[in-house]
Design a protein around this ligand. Sequence first.
Ligand code: HXC
Length: 510
Amino acid sequence: MKTILERLDEREAIARLGGGVERLQAQHNRGKLTARERIELLLDQDSFEEFDMFVQHRAIDFGMDSVKIPGDGVVTGWGTVNGRTVFVFAKDFTVFGGSLSETHAQKILKLQDMALRNRAPIIGLFDAGGARIQEGVAALGGYGEVFQRNVLASGVIPQISLIMGPCAGGDVYSPAMTDFIFMVKDTSYMFVTGPDVVKTVTNENVTAEQLGGASVHTTQSSIADHAYENDVEALLQMRRLIDFLPASNVAPLPEWPSFDTADRVDFSLDTLIPDNPNKPYDVKELIAKTVDEGDFFEIQQAHARNIVVGFGRMEGRTVGIVANQPLVLAGVLDSDASRKAGRFVRFCDCFNIPIVTFVDVPGFLPGVAQEHGGLIKHGAKLLFAYAEATVPKITIITRKAFGGAYDVMASKHLRGDVNYAWPTAQIAVMGAKGAVEIIFRKDLADPEKIAKHTKDYEERFLSPFVAAERGYIDEVIQPHTTRKRVARVLALLRSKNLENPWKKHDNIPL
Ligand code: HXC
């Protein structure tokens, strides 16, 4: 009996070595952790339960029948993050470069099926060279089935991808269909075709970093939601993110002890808005002073910085925050900002996370590049997302809410549940200067008249009261009471019950 038990220990020890000591060391030399070390850091201590440790590939071509490594390049299983179940797979670069074979795919498929069936988040740690080149079409089939499951799980369980090394070819499209993609600076890159193919096809010379490194994907392409300094930071931040997310679209919001009081007031907010309406301020200060303990998990921090989105908590329960950022482009809505916020609003709506929107927006960004780039279609994404969302929607207009952007930003007209304005709010078709130059064009040569018209326009329209008179604003509130008011309304809206008409799915402009 003892020998039989020891045989299991021996086989496990071999499997844990992956591609062997040298390759594990090479992984460390590149500044990367191994697949198993990553899982250990991601999950609660000793909580990992591994599946399919002894699975081996069945390929025979190109000498593959003589190289079999237990686990086949991916470590899969489940465990807990702060006591809550998550499923995890980690590509093992030391085994055939983490490449995906038929059996490697089957391990991931099993995990995806279990995560969906048990309604718990799934996290993929990527560090791989794409399809197992020795297997060909069997690997392609495997990818296809992974993709299919990504789509079926979308909107049912949170799916998170963390790119911690190469992620190329077939490996990129599974992350691309998950809710969030994070990367590690300098060691990770993502592209469909690598620098060599790019050189052959388009004659462009680029490095892997220039083509698909973290800086490209967090700033320009917006493929990635954030990049971390190293593996350790990235994994610890994934734990933090998981704490914000419900386990599924039917699970309750996670509730954590809060050391903040719901009725906390902050008088510094009364002076947040500068006297000069053209002066910026940092909306992140308002966010930090509103949410529990100032704890805010920002998504897409480096892309479309004119809008800020991310997760916070109120009374220990997750909220999604969307806020125009006056510090960048005066907080204007452009195509990138609309797409960024639209996707975030939809994520919150999928998973029943209430949305708090802070509005200070001078309108949509004018310009040929924006119009030709599809501003109408991209702006419509955010409008569509807010309009279809049935989760609690609380809106606070701090300053400007001009033109179409007023409507878009979770206005009363898009079923905003409670819409507040600060006394500094200005809700109008446009700013006074632009308005006067159009409606009093004949007086343009007379600065005195123009000044008077501007003053009249400002007094009449650039306040929250015209909108409040119509009930478009439920109440004008003192800035220092913002947290308290939002917390009370969120408590009220816990029992909100609103359904859209039945449909197969909508047709959001893509
Ligand atoms: C089999 C692979 C592999 C692969 C790497 N390896 N990629 N084995 N299939 N796709 C193996 C290597 O042979 C090597 O084995 C080990 O992994 C480490 O690879 P290195 O090249 O030594 O590492 P490095 O220099 O860091 O380069 C990493 C890399 C490179 C950039 C990922 O390996 C690479 O370019 N691989 C091929 C990428 C690729 O073209 N994949 C197919 C994409 S097509 P040893 O034994 O020496 O340690 C695709 C289509 C799917 O995915 C489409 C579905 C929609």
